[in-house]
Design a protein around this ligand. Structure first.
Ligand code: ZN
Length: 604
């Protein structure tokens, strides 16, 4: 793997780290029996099949098969090298990591990444320094204070100021030895066509660092100070900044999100910051683009509930409708916070104050259905009978998508009251619509909360495996937990498992114990590079087995494994015999029949 971190340090990390803590920063985990379950961050899903074992310090997804220990989790989710994963953990655990940090140490891809992260980190500090400590930053800080920003907010969100100069950042980066060509790719500077000189991308702007989910600065948003265009300028997408996967402020919001089991989704970073001032600490924003499926999945993995708090103008309401649909499809329970027409959260807080925002906007958020009922009404003249009927049909379609009968009943009554239509008539029409939707399969999402029996499905699938295959899995599962069994299997089966990958696993296990290790799946996984093998090992480690297996039971499984090739041979001869009979070669058929009987005897 080519890491230069001493083995003792890796061991120290492995001993101190708790995989549940680390994964909890990405996935909301719930304890169920001995293990924790959550929605897999590596594939889209609505019911949790991602499991984490605190005892064994490993994870496994029964949906997509990804699995491993805490290092592999970080390498996969952060798309980083082993060394970088170790560095992340060391930082978290306050373990001194004496790897030399010069850029040469990293190779290829991670080299660029490391340099980009480093440049963003330094610039973020530089811009912040300009804002709070220098004369150049005076105008900017006055502007911010006037808009209600406090010193506390400025520090918490590391707000900065990019001076009104063409080359502050370019010179700064050059002096620090950064490759300026790489810095163009990082979106921090640009180059003049005319003379090839470098100049700053952000000038005379208030700078808002944008972080990845771990809190590393990966981009900037800059707001112009004077009149000028564009008002907001963001970093372009780069190797480290993927807009559609980033939620502004997530790492800051996470503790509050956990506590409240709720995310408040805003349109922009200024809203997140204003809301924080108003005491709303669980806000994140989708960075000005419309919400993506990936962002919705990140939200879903962190909390069950979302309140959307977008601008109340026409565009904002349309965006709310789109985001609500995406979040609902991702399995979130969605509510919508309403502000008076024409306000965004920042304006609202400026005008009506923080308490009003807490109580009247967030506190009175409406259900998704209530929002849709209003949304569908927009632009319709309900005095017109035709428009009224089409409106009611649209609402009934939405009601049909609700999974709870109580909810459907509630909104049908509301509709009945408002338009003086008999409840029975509405119910029967809603039934018709429901049947039509179901026929068109639009309603497949309707029972999304009812199919929590994924584990049963998995168990069922595995039960369909042939006996020898099951036997091999059970034997390997025991070998992972018990070195004596591993030694016994080495004697009796060695590398004669019938499934190739099982032999590979057995070899890893034999070698692991022979080096004097005691059972420890986490460390074992460390040595396995192949994803398929890792996946099976982590799955087998999660398998519920009876640890006190009897000698008899074990030898039964061993027999099934060793006999399998003989069974295959018998089947071959049976086919040959059938062929001989067809060709009326009676003597050959009889000989083969004898052979089969003998072989079967041997198996007993
Ligand atoms: Zn998965």
């Amino acid at each position: 793997m080519g890491n230069r971190i001493p083995e003792e340090t890796i061991e120290e990390i492995r001993n101190k780290v708790d995989i549940v803590d680390v994964i909890s920063e990405y996935v909301q985990l719930k304890k169920q029996g001995r293990n924790y379950f959550g929605l897999c961050p590596f594939h889209g899903e609505k019911t949790p099949s991602f499991s984490v074992s605190a005892d064994k310090q490993i994870y496994h997804c029964f949906g997509c098969g990804s699995g491993g220990n805490v290092f592999s989790f970080l390498m996969n989710i952060e798309n980083c090298s082993f060394t970088e994963a170790a560095a992340i953990l060391a930082k978290k655990l306050h373990i001194d990591l004496t790897i030399n940090n010069d850029a040469n140490h990293f190779s290829g891809k991670s080299n660029d990444f490391a340099e980009m992260f480093h440049a963003h980190d330094l610039l973020q500090k530089l811009y912040h320094h300009f804002l709070v400590n220098t004369k150049e930053g005076n105008e900017a800080i006055q502007y911010l204070l006037k808009r209600g920003f406090t010193e506390e907010t400025i520090n918490r969100f590391h707000i900065g100021y990019a001076p009104n100069s063409w080359n502050t950042a370019a010179k700064f980066l050059e002096r620090r030895g950064f490759n300026l060509y790489e810095m163009i790719k990082a979106g921090l500077i640009s180059r003049r066509e005319s003379d090839g000189s470098y100049f700053d991308r952000f000038r005379h702007r208030i700078m808002f660092p944008i972080w990845d989910n771990q809190g590393r600065t990966i981009a900037f948003g800059g707001r112009i100070l004077d009149e000028g265009e564009p008002k907001y300028l963001n970093s372009p997408e780069t190797k480290i900044f993927n807009k559609s996967k980033t939620l502004y402020g997530l790492h800051l919001a996470r503790p509050e999100v956990r506590k409240k089991q709720q995310v408040i989704l805003f349109e922009g970073y200024v809203d997140v910051i204003s809301a924080w001032r108003a005491g709303v600490g669980n806000g994140v924003a989708s960075l000005g683009t419309s919400l993506t499926d990936e962002q919705a999945n990140i939200i879903r993995r962190n909390a069950d509930n979302v309140i959307i708090c977008y601008d109340s103008d026409n565009a904002g309401v349309n965006a709310t409708y789109r985001a609500a649909t995406i979040l609902n499809n991702a399995g979130c329970v969605v509510r919508v916070a309403k502000m008076p027409e024409g306000y965004d959260p920042d304006d609202y807080i400026q005008t009506f104050g923080t308490e009003s925002f807490q109580n009247k906007v967030i506190g009175t958020s409406q259900t998704l259905m209530a929002f849709k009922i209003e949304y569908l009404r927009r632009g319709k003249n309900l005095q017109d009978e035709g428009e009224l009927i089409s409106y009611i049909e649209e609402v009934l379609s939405e009601i049909s998508l609700l999974s709870k009968a109580v909810e459907r009943d509630h909104y049908l009554r509301q509709l009945s009251d408002e338009f003086s239509i008999s409840l029975d008539a509405l119910k029967s029409q809603q039934n018709q619509i429901y049947r039509r939707l179901r026929k068109n399969k639009d309603i497949s999402s309707i029972n999304r909360n009812n199919n929590n029996n994924y584990q049963n499905t998995i168990v069922l699938k595995k039960n369909l495996l042939p006996a020898f295959h099951k036997a091999e899995r059970i034997i390997l599962a025991h070998m992972l937990r018990n070195e004596d069994i591993a030694y016994q299997i080495k004697e009796q089966i060695g590398c004669s498992f019938n499934i190739d990958v099982h032999n590979a696993i057995a070899l890893f296990v034999y070698a692991f114990y022979e080096e004097g290790n005691s059972p420890n799946v986490g460390s074992l996984l460390q040595r396995i590079g192949d994803e398929q093998i890792k996946s099976i090992v982590s799955e087998l480690a999660m398998l519920e087995i009876n640890i006190n297996i009897s000698e008899e039971e074990l030898s039964d499984y061993i027999k099934q494994v060793l006999n399998h090739p003989k069974w295959l041979k018998i089947k071959e001869i049976e086919a040959e015999k059938l062929q001989a009979e067809k060709q009326q070669d009676i003597i050959k058929a009889a000989q083969l029949a004898m052979k089969i009987i003998e072989m079967k005897k041997e198996l007993k």
